[in-house]
Design a protein around this ligand. Structure first.
Ligand code: SF4
Length: 698
């Protein structure tokens, strides 16, 4: 193993490059000065990576029923188990549930096996929980799942709008870049749309602390304001778009005047007028949105309401402007590219007959699935109902992270066959497995990831595998071989997987699809090892594009973008602000997901050491909650215990609980046990930001 490596941070969707070196007192991690995502910066989590490399808590060997076995025995059992279920009940009775933590190569092989050769599209990813609403919004507007902007645009903008994003904690290096740009160019303005006052609002010129769930009214109102102020780009609208009149009519119906918007969103009209005027009068605007919009029962519409604003003003495809959704996970974007979502095929193809046929011929896969599979929440409901009888869960913990987490756990307990491949020996989900497969962890595995600005970066190994851990792509390939598809899964290494995937992006691609990797399809193993960060799409000569749609040509067949008429819908379950409060969930600055890595270092854990609920002091007084006391939270579908933290940045009537604690840390610590399975009807993304909850002293 090398003494140093340039690789990529395994946490958030910013995708920072890191330099890892072995020094006398252990591994040291620094920001990679040459990586375009971070230019040497790291956040607290990235900087502490060197302290998280111990093998403590790792799953080290294959096991069946808790007994150690060798790899052949374990893989034979997986293949036999899936084969038996498929023969008896058909391919729809099996499923894979994968993760934005996987590398693109892992994702590609899993997707190829399930959709191409098992013949079911029942493979979905925990990225469903993170950005699937943004994917659907892009596809409706542009014809493809295409992020049109790049990180530099955030620094070149004169106004950055953070909509439903606490980037200072969830995407810290991007926030650092924006904050540094604002220091350098003081005329640059920042708006934060968030019911809660967060660390991101510290640099905001306007903190638009709207009523939870009223974002679409706010955004529709801005479209009306642009029209009434005569600030539409009529030339762009006429030349490059369809559907503007219907979108404006819907917006007028929902948000006819500024005063009406202020009333519906419970905002000070003067603050709202200031924000609207800044957006209206500033040409270079980036609207960055994240889970606050996506994790909603109308998350797709909210994404389209953002995109509508940029199409209406022609602010897209040029430096310093555009709509920009940020992914939560390190490879949510890579998963989107290779068909990790149950409703997509690889290389951004859909289940349209022509796309299915193209993929079938490329893979030589006559059994290829012809229709979308089950999305994450539906998939686990099918496990619970018994419709799915064998499930392989990879690098994720759905008994912790999905809504109605208790029901998910009960469903897994009753499932015929649960296979888990993971780095970690004890999670809420691993406890329900029949077969355990040890996976390589960060520092051990190699491959690629794609960050939120379409930049592909290498993940490089610098550690020996823990125990008998193996790559995830290899496990899927071995099971594929055992199911009788040896030729299709004859990959020598991850470079071979990447080449095949890159080749697929070029296959019969007549430039009506966005994703092309051009010359990357011919990288030899040495060139793949040295691959430097590069953004797709790539032309055959290797040039890539940092921004898309500068020519006003989109990917719908007529090459015109679509406005979407957005009629705001309230959250599915209301809270009354008295007996029930609005529960909002999210990330902390120093933790990642279920903390399996970040909890290994005391300096990260010290930031917030235990589960808590943030409550406005007025609500605390009314509900007899003491700062530092224990609270009992009761939701529609479960309960949890949490420490009370008083915070006047909370909106009265709302509480915030971080997502990170699971039952592997403490009893009744999973916030997702409180949430119902409310999802967006188009994307299937759960409504994690708005659930009624009763909070009482414990
Ligand atoms: Fe890692 Fe995200 Fe922090 Fe960058 S911002 S160091 S990718 S966690």
């Amino acid at each position: 193993m090398p003494e140093a490596a340039f690789t990529t941070c395994p946490y958030c969707g910013v995708g920072c490059g890191v330099e890892v070196t072995r020094e006398a007192d252990g591994w040291k991690v620094r920001g990679d000065d040459a990586h375009p995502a971070n230019l040497g910066r790291l956040c607290s989590k990235g900087a502490a990576l060197g302290e998280t490399l111990s093998p403590d808590g790792r799953l080290l060997y294959p096991e069946i029923g808790g007994q150690r076995v060798n790899w052949d025995t374990a893989l034979d059992a997986v293949a036999d188990g899936f084969r038996q279920v498929i023969e008896k009940h058909g391919p729809q009775a099996v499923a894979f549930y994968v993760s934005g933590q996987l590398l693109t190569e892992d994702y590609y092989v899993a997707n190829k096996l399930m959709k191409g050769f098992i013949g079911s599209a029942n493979i979905d990813t925990n990225s469903r929980l993170c950005m699937s609403s943004a994917v659907a919004a892009y596809k409706r507007a542009f014809g493809t799942d295409t992020v049109p902007v790049c990180y530099e645009d955030l620094e070149q903008a004169d106004l950055v709008v953070f909509a439903g994003s606490n980037a200072a904690w969830a995407h810290p290096v991007l926030y650092q870049r924006v904050a540094a740009a604002k220091r350098k160019r003081p005329h640059m303005k920042i708006a934060v749309i968030d019911p809660r006052r967060t660390a991101t609002s510290d640099i905001a010129d306007w903190h638009v602390a709207l009523k939870p769930g009223s974002d679409a009214v706010l955004l529709d109102g801005l479209l009306v304001h642009l029209a009434d102020a005569g600030k539409l780009d009529e030339t762009f609208i006429a030349a490059h778009t369809e559907g503007f009149d219907a979108a404006l009519d819907a917006a007028r119906a929902a948000a006819p005047t500024l005063d009406a918007v202020a009333a519906a969103c419970e905002l000070d009209p003067h603050l709202l007028a200031g924000f609207y005027a800044a957006f209206t009068d500033t040409e270079k605007v980036v609207t960055l949105w994240s889970q606050g919009l996506n994790q909603s029962s109308s998350g797709v519409d909210k994404g389209n309401a953002v995109i509508n604003l940029h199409l209406a003003t022609g602010r897209i495809g040029r430096p310093g402007m555009g709509p920009f959704s940020i992914t939560g996970q390190p490879n949510a974007m890579g998963g989107r590219e290779v068909g990790g979502l149950a409703n997509q095929l690889a290389a951004h193809m859909d289940f349209a007959p022509a796309d299915v046929d193209r993929v079938r011929r490329f893979w030589n896969a006559p059994r290829i699935a012809a229709a979308p599979g089950l999305k994450a929440v539906d998939l686990f409901q099918a496990v619970t109902s018994g419709a799915v009888k064998a499930v392989w869960i990879v690098a994720t913990n759905p008994a912790f992270s999905l809504p109605e987490a208790d029901a998910v756990r009960a469903g897994l307990a009753g499932c015929e066959l649960v296979v888990v491949s993971d780095c970690v020996r004890d999670t809420d989900t691993v406890r329900e497995a029949h077969i355990w497969l040890p996976a390589l962890g960060w520092g051990e595995k190699g491959g690629t990831v794609t960050n939120s600005e379409r930049c592909i970066s290498r993940v490089r190994p610098f550690l020996d595998p823990a125990g008998e851990a193996r790559p995830d792509w290899w496990m899927f390939a071995e099971v594929g071989r055992r199911l009788g598809y040896a030729d299709a899964f004859d990959f020598a290494d991850e470079a071979a997987v990447f080449r095949e995937y890159a080749d697929m992006t070029n296959f019969e691609n007549d430039d009506t699809r966005d994703l092309r990797l051009g010359p990357l399809a011919t990288l030899d193993t040495a060139a793949y090892a040295d691959l430097q960060p590069v953004q797709w799409p790539l032309a055959d000569d290797g040039t890539s594009r940092a921004r898309l749609f500068a020519d006003g040509r989109f990917y719908h067949p007529d090459r015109r973008a679509r406005f979407v008429a957005v009629t705001p819908r309230p959250p599915a379950r209301a809270a009354n602000g008295a007996d029930t409060l609005v529960l909002n969930t999210g990330r902390l600055r120093d933790q990642w997901h279920s903390m399996s890595r970040t909890a290994k270092t005391a300096r990260l854990t010290a930031h917030r050491p235990e589960p808590f609920v943030e409550v406005h002091p007025d609500d605390a007084r009314r509900l007899h909650l003491a700062d530092g006391g224990l609270a009992h939270l009761l939701g529609a579908d479960g309960e949890m215990l949490a420490r009370v933290r008083l915070d006047d940045g909370q909106r009265p009537g709302s509480v915030f609980v971080p997502m990170h604690w699971s039952d592997a840390h403490a009893r009744r610590a999973r916030v997702n046990a409180l949430l119902g399975t409310i999802t967006d009807p188009i994307s299937g993304q759960p409504e994690f930001k708005h659930a009624p909850v009763v909070v009482a002293p414990w």
